[in-house]
Design a protein around this ligand. Structure first.
Ligand code: S3P
Length: 439
């Protein structure tokens, strides 16, 4: 269904951030593997995460919803996972599928992994290749994509591996496989990527070591360790918060407070980039959750200036480029994004999708092989376009945010995918004063 965002003068209010998607997947996975019953609160109940919960249940964990965002997971512990009687359906989720390929690889079971059209086009070779080196076998669709059947092994061999891409999904997949492998599994990352797997594995009682080497970390885990059930409070998602923050920054009268966001330097690149562009970002410490620091953040209207986004910020804002592009369109001057070729294999080809989103709304933008260059409109985004979302939730949300501060309304062809990561997005935007209407 088509949705349209009509321009408004004001974006104001205080909201609690939805649970972090990365931590929510990991809470269900680690809880499902552990010995005992884990209590999870603040879980993001987006489609991607719910699919991971269903998959853990199909593999033998007991996964129960006990209230809004409150889940109880009894793990398989030493009994281990069993072969599922159904296909494991990950819907739209790269994270769910890649992390679970690592989990299944460490057990003597066979499982068929499936997903939607977007996920079935995404590369799985980046995890299948190292898992094969560890001893797992698979039959995949052309180009090492889903649907695929993976056969795991009780005695995987630990490896030392350097993924060619800076990817937290690949690192996490291998750490989860390594948890059940012989010896030590070591992953050397090119650049530091989100570290929730390391933190949460430690929280569930595993020893994970990490040392800095060059621009990345070398992370290692010894096989045969047992996870112990935990109480997990999922921190607020800085990637979802970025949409609300941007709406405040580009509004004539913006003033938004987001409570309970996770503060983690592997995730805060968008906020640092926005600050470089001239935004005022306030942060106040309010405690801890799941081994992460929590902050309340505040945002207001900003006189944004285009800038070259430092390449070393890219991994810590890898999901935020569609919304960064909206800031760039609103700013005065030129914004340059480079070193972000991974965007080509996200839920859509996000370089093409972002360029199209801006162009159909009258913004001058150039596509490059590893990024894009935006000529800012100095507060006067023409708008009036219909954006093709390519089933990509972050393109859909970015376009709707852009419509709040453009001269003419902005429409999107489909909003259904927003539920994969931020089911309350429409309600939250309306609470802040956005005028979003379905056709
Ligand atoms: C994620 C890692 C990132 C990110 C994704 C979530 C994770 O993917 O884009 O939304 O939870 O590990 P890559 O590892 O492919 O960069």
């Amino acid at each position: 269904m088509m949705w349209t965002s009509h321009p408004v003068n004001k974006i104001t209010g205080t909201l609690r951030a939805p649970g972090d998607k990365s931590c929510s997947h990991r809470a269900l996975i680690l809880g499902g593997l552990a010995t005992g019953t884990s209590e999870i609160s603040g879980l993001l109940e987006g489609e991607d995460v719910l699919n991971t919960g269903r998959v853990m249940a199909a593999l033998g964990a007991d996964v129960e919803r006990v209230g809004t965002g409150a889940w109880r997971v009894t793990g398989v512990g030493s009994a281990g996972l069993h072969s599922p009687s159904v296909d494991l359906d990950f819907g739209n989720s790269g994270t769910g599928s890649r992390l679970m390929l690592g989990v299944v690889a460490g057990y003597p079971i066979e499982a068929r992994f499936i997903g939607d059209a977007s996920l079935s086009g995404r590369p799985m070779g980046r995890v299948l290749d190292p898992l094969e080196q560890m001893g797992a076998t698979y039959k995949a669709s052309k180009g090492k994509t889903l649907p695929l059947t993976l056969t795991g092994k009780a005695d995987l061999a630990g490896i030392s591996y350097q993924p060619p891409h800076a990817s937290a999904q690949v690192k996490s997949c291998l750490l989860l496989a390594g948890l059940n492998a012989n010896g030590v599994t070591e992953v050397g990352e090119k650049r530091i990527t989100r570290d929730h797997s390391e933190r949460m594995l430690r929280g569930f009682g595993a020893e994970v070591s990490s040392r800095r080497e060059g621009a990345g970390n070398v992370v290692s885990i010894r096989g045969g360790q047992t996870l112990i059930a935990q109480e997990t409070i999922v921190p607020g998602d800085p990637s979802s918060g970025a949409f609300l923050a941007a709406a405040a920054m580009i509004s004539d009268q913006g003033g938004v407070v987001i409570e309970g966001l996770m503060s983690n330097e592997t995730r805060d690149g968008f906020y640092r980039a926005a600050s470089l562009m001239g935004a005022h970002v306030g942060a106040e410490d309010v405690g801890d959750a799941a081994g992460e620091r929590l902050i309340d953040m505040s945002f207001e209207s900003a006189d944004l200036k285009g800038t070259e986004i430092p390449v070393d910020l890219v991994p810590s804002m890898i999901d935020e480029f569609p919304i960064l592009a909206v800031l760039a369109a609103h700013a005065s001057g030129v914004t340059v994004v480079k070193g972000a070729e991974e965007l080509r294999v996200k839920e859509s080809d996000r370089i093409k999708a972002v360029v199209n989103m801006l162009r159909v709304n009258g913004v001058e933008v150039e596509e490059t092989q590893d990024g894009f260059i935006v000529q800012g409109c100095a507060g006067a985004i023409p708008g009036g376009g219909l954006v093709e979302t390519h089933h990509d939730h972050r393109i859909a949300m970015s376009a709707l945010v852009m419509g709040t501060a453009s001269q003419k309304p902005i429409s999107i062809d489909d909003a259904s995918m927003i539920a994969t990561s931020y089911p309350d997005f429409m309600a939250h935007m309306a609470e802040l004063g956005a005028d979003l209407r379905s056709a």
